[in-house]
Design a protein around this ligand. Structure first.
Ligand code: DSN
Length: 416
């Protein structure tokens, strides 16, 4: 009675999974935090490890039956340490927000001062933004980007740190298209006696593949999700110096979480093995090449790129010069088969729910084997959609050509 297939047991959910597979295959996916995992990662994530509780760490668990979980978690840890050249790794955080919160728990008391990048400038909720627990339970001071260049002004960051003496400084972003000077952040942290956390969630795959400088030599702690450019399952990891290992582990469990999601750990282990291959190095470099090609094409279509371009996988652009808001454009693009998210741009005069910009990323299209000529084609579609924002028939015609185009590019993990 427990063995029917998903299709037999729950056709409603089976149908939605099939429809999502089709949607991901038919669409040009440009959300900067998303990707396609491999079939092997999907298989590991959908495994019987989801059945097992294992609160604690390898060799020190609160449940019996860890004959397979202990070596699995150890394998994931060793692969993470080797890939990122880290002293210590914890692979248990459920996702990026709990991973960051564990660092707060390990380094701060409620009310202590934390300094991170403001959300509207490209930071993350958990970098001390006011609506997040990190802004409510801690005293948060926030830096932004220069209004003209769109770049982090390290003199301004230093001045804020010296004035406010934060105990924790966070570098890293969710919508910043340029390389962050991790060494300069560390120098500032040392000057004011702060711990430096680098949240490398967006760029972890680029770092793994040598296409972006690593924060690991500079930061006391590095947090990352595993599902963005790193191309693993939805999860997270913390990497740190040996001196912080005990505090970080204690903060994750028992400080913040119960049992680790072992099926996710299995997927992370597989993704880390994939990320250590020469093919992944090529992939990481191709992401950056593609993002630059896409940025060039979009600039030529009249979109205003924040900071003038990109050094990583991500593009942030102001679309208001083309006479529309970010939300209206994102919705029109979605109808035309091009998926991205609307986003604030630095010093955005508009509200976050209908901002001036779009954020795009090149990781998913690169996972499908697309290269610079395809980026030029995608940029041209952006121009056509911008001309047809209020013309559903024209958007549907674009969608038909997009579908024909995507059918030539297989998706990792998806058989249609
Ligand atoms: N929500 C993620 C992103 O899209 O960047 C960050 O957590």
């Amino acid at each position: 009675m427990f063995d029917p297939t998903l299709q037999e047991s729950d056709p409603d959910v089976a149908r939605l999974i099939q429809a999502e597979q089709r949607r991901e295959f038919d669409t040009i996916r440009l959300i900067a935090s998303e990707n396609y995992v491999s079939r092997a990662v999907l298989e590991a994530t959908g495994s019987v490890f989801t059945n097992k509780y294992s609160e604690g760490y390898a060799g020190k668990r609160y449940y019996e039956g860890q004959q397979c979980v202990d070596p699995l978690e150890t394998l994931a840890i060793e692969r993470a340490k080797s890939l990122f050249q880290a002293d210590h790794a914890n692979v248990q955080p459920y996702s990026g927000s709990p991973a960051n919160l564990a660092v707060y728990f390990a380094t701060l008391k409620p009310g202590d001062t934390v300094m991170g990048m403001a959300l509207p400038s490209g930071g993350h909720l958990t970098h001390g933004w006011k609506v997040s627990i990190t802004g409510a339970f801690f005293r948060s001071v926030q830096y932004g980007v220069d209004a003209t260049t769109g770049l982090i002004d390290m003199d301004a960051v230093r001045a804020l740190a010296v004035a406010e003496r934060p105990k924790l400084i966070i570098a890293g972003a969710t919508a910043y298209p340029r390389i962050i000077d991790f060494a300069a952040f560390r120098a500032i942290a040392d000057e004011v006696g702060a711990t430096l956390l680098v949240d490398m969630a967006h760029i972890a795959g680029l770092v793994a593949g040598g296409a972006h400088p690593s924060p690991v030599p500079h930061a006391h702690v590095v947090s990352t999700t595993t599902h963005k450019t790193l191309r693993g399952p939805r999860g997270a990891m913390l990497l740190c110096k040996e001196s912080m290992a005990k505090d970080i582990d204690k903060a994750v469990f028992p400080g913040l979480q119960g049992g680790p999601h072992n099926h996710t750990t299995a997927g992370i282990a597989v993704a880390l093995k994939e990320a250590a291959t020469p093919a992944f190095r090529d992939y990481a470099h191709q992401i950056v090449t593609n993002a630059r090609a896409l940025a060039d094409g979009l600039g030529a279509e009249g979109f205003k790129l924040v900071s003038g371009g990109t050094d990583n996988h991500l593009i942030l652009m102001d679309v208001t010069p083309r006479g529309m808001t970010g939300k209206a454009f994102a919705q029109a693009l979605d109808r035309a088969g091009l998926e991205c998210n609307y986003n604030t741009v630095p010093n955005d005069p508009r509200k976050p729910f209908d901002p001036s910009g779009l954020r795009l990323g090149a990781a998913s299209v690169t996972s499908r084997g697309m290269k610079a000529p395809e980026m030029a084609r995608i940029a041209a579609w952006f121009g056509q959609v911008a001309d047809a924002v209020n013309d559903p028939d024209a958007l549907d015609r674009i969608r038909a050509t997009v579908h024909e185009f995507t059918s030539a590019f297989p998706c990792p993990g998806i058989r249609v």
